[in-house]
Design a protein around this ligand. Structure first.
Ligand code: GDG
Length: 502
């Protein structure tokens, strides 16, 4: 019998029970509420990206403190003298504490080591990682800046620190060295590469040692855990206990477990049914002249891991092989720009423009274009409206830890309609097996999958969507958080007891 669905209320009760006297502190590079000054007025923006989507609802339930880099122009004016602010502003439920970094620190640690080094290292997208010694030194020093702030927040009291992602791989070891009583957990939101790839990193041993300062280390899927454990064994000579997924470094255990991240299914499903979204659908349909057409949808941060040029090429092939659909099918691509200071992202943006132009010039007719590109940070309401309008949604990542867009599409379709086309190289593909799974490099197969989505009968669309909705409803964000929480608090205490020898 499957367990009852996890809700925010159930998670809140569990957290209160498990956390006891411990304070919960989340640490990440990016903050969930950026304060921007636009023409002298303060605006609050939520950044596009999976991390905020997943962790903010969790913090709203659990309370505690979120420590993050203050990157907004208005941040300095929004915080108190301890650099803290209560969020969300309309209904404060937790504390945000901001860390200030210089431009040079931001360049070396974020753009440099994290996004020109680790990001391409961890994703199979054939972009060569760049490793510069000066960036590495900055990465180390910025991790220690974060450590100082977290330790100040802990202030010698019992605390559980839950670190996010690849920007802060050295932090857990620093925290443990300063205060061994802190419970340390980390979730790595991107894939972990195979040993053959990982050993390209000149400082791989130090990264591994930093991460093994965690009591619990989470990845989306088992393959990433296995890759990590192999690297720990082969690079550091750490002992790995396969049966329990525990790595021992200097006799200290780290539990390494898969936790497939998800979305707040109920919230996304309900929001999708609101009058506001229904009104927005009408506006979007009219503005883009979508009436009477079959609409396909892509929603992505513009990133070379998301396979956007591959998708555009497949749409071109679809119209080439199935010209009957010219004028009848429209693909809407929403794409918020990210990491624009990095060369590879500027090249990608130019490549997308070129591929788009090629397809639109070749197949476009008078007032119809095959692809409508929206290179903006769209509001949640507009995104929800697009998801409801779209007969099919395409996620064509070349490599992706999970991919929340796929799960958001499924959660939005309360009408039990719609087809998901999904790359097998996403974490989501291991759960959403009722999607049309297609290799983004196989352009002909990809074009055929688009046709299959367009012609799929309503009954089959419904059957597949119902099954996918059941999966996302059951494996929702609260279940993800609950499993992580229990393993961090209980598993950690168990594993710290020196009961196992092998
Ligand atoms: C990392 C991992 C993992 C997109 N465009 C707009 C917008 N979005 C939102 C989507 C979704 C989020 O951004 C993107 O989430 P993803 O999961 O697809 O991807 P990453 O940002 O690469 O996240 C990924 C995730 O962490 C969580 O662990 O799944 O594998 O790479 O929520 O809807 N949001 C707004 N405007 C846009 O134009 N507001």
């Amino acid at each position: 019998m499957s367990e009852p669905t996890w809700t925010s209320e159930k998670l809140r009760r569990l957290v209160h029970r498990e956390i006891g006297d411990y304070r919960l502190i989340v640490v990440s590079n990016r903050q969930p509420y950026i304060h921007e000054l636009i023409e002298g007025k303060m605006h609050i923006a939520s950044p596009a990206g999976g991390l905020t989507t997943a962790i903010d609802p969790l913090m709203q339930e659990c309370g505690g403190t979120w420590v993050a880099y203050g990157g907004g122009e208005g941040d300095l004016y929004a915080v108190d003298e301890k650099n803290r602010i209560q969020v969300p502003s309309d209904d404060p439920s937790y504390t945000l504490r901001l860390v200030w970094l210089t431009q040079q620190e931001q360049q070396g640690y974020y753009n440099g080591f994290s996004n020109e080094g680790l990001w391409p290292l961890c994703h199979n997208a054939f972009i060569e990682p760049t490793f510069q010694t000066s960036d590495w030194h900055t990465y180390k020093s910025v991790n220690s800046v974060f450590a100082k702030q977290v330790l100040d927040e802990v202030d010698g009291r019992p605390a559980a620190v839950f670190t996010q992602d690849y920007h802060l791989a050295l932090l857990p070891r620093m925290l443990r060295q300063a205060d061994p009583t802190i419970i340390t957990g980390q979730f790595w939101h991107i894939p972990w590469p195979t040993y053959e790839i990982f050993r390209i990193c000149p400082w791989g041993d130090q990264l591994l040692d930093g991460l093994l300062g965690n009591d619990l280390l989470g990845f989306h899927i088992g393959d990433h855990c296995n890759n990590f454990m192999e690297a720990a064994a082969r690079v550091l000579g750490a002992r790995v206990h396969d049966e329990y997924n525990v790595v021992y470094q200097n006799e200290e255990p780290t539990l390494v477990r898969p936790f497939p991240i998800s979305v707040d299914f109920e919230h996304v499903s309900q929001e999708s049914q609101s009058q506001e979204v229904t009104d927005e659908m009408g506006r979007v349909m009219e503005e883009m002249d979508l009436g009477g057409k079959v609409v396909g949808l892509g929603i992505d941060r513009i990133d070379y891991t998301k396979g956007i040029p591959h998708r555009i090429r497949a749409i071109g092939r679809f119209f080439e092989v199935y010209p009957d659909y010219i004028g009848k099918v429209v693909f809407v691509q929403a794409g918020v720009m990210s990491r624009t200071k990095i060369d590879a992202y500027q090249h990608l943006s130019a490549e997308i423009d070129e591929e788009l132009k090629a397809v639109n010039d070749r197949f476009g007719t008078g007032n119809w274009l095959p692809i409508i590109y929206l290179p903006d940070n769209l509001s949640a309401v507009t995104l929800a409206a697009l998801r409801r309008i779209a007969r099919f949604c395409v996620v064509s990542s070349l490599h992706d830890g999970m991919n929340l867009v796929a799960k958001e599409y499924v959660a939005s379709r309360f009408d039990e309609d719609g087809v998901l086309i999904l790359s097998p190289f996403t974490g989501a593909a291991s759960e959403l097996t009722d999607a049309l799974i297609v290799n983004p490099y196989a352009t002909d197969d990809f074009a055929d999958a688009i046709r299959d989505a367009v012609i799929m009968p309503h009954k089959e669309r419904r059957e597949r969507m119902v099954r996918m909705r059941n999966v996302v409803e059951e494996n929702n964000i609260f279940k993800w958080a609950a499993r992580l929480f229990v393993d961090m608090m209980q598993g950690t205490r168990r594993a710290r007891r020196p009961i196992r020898s092998f």
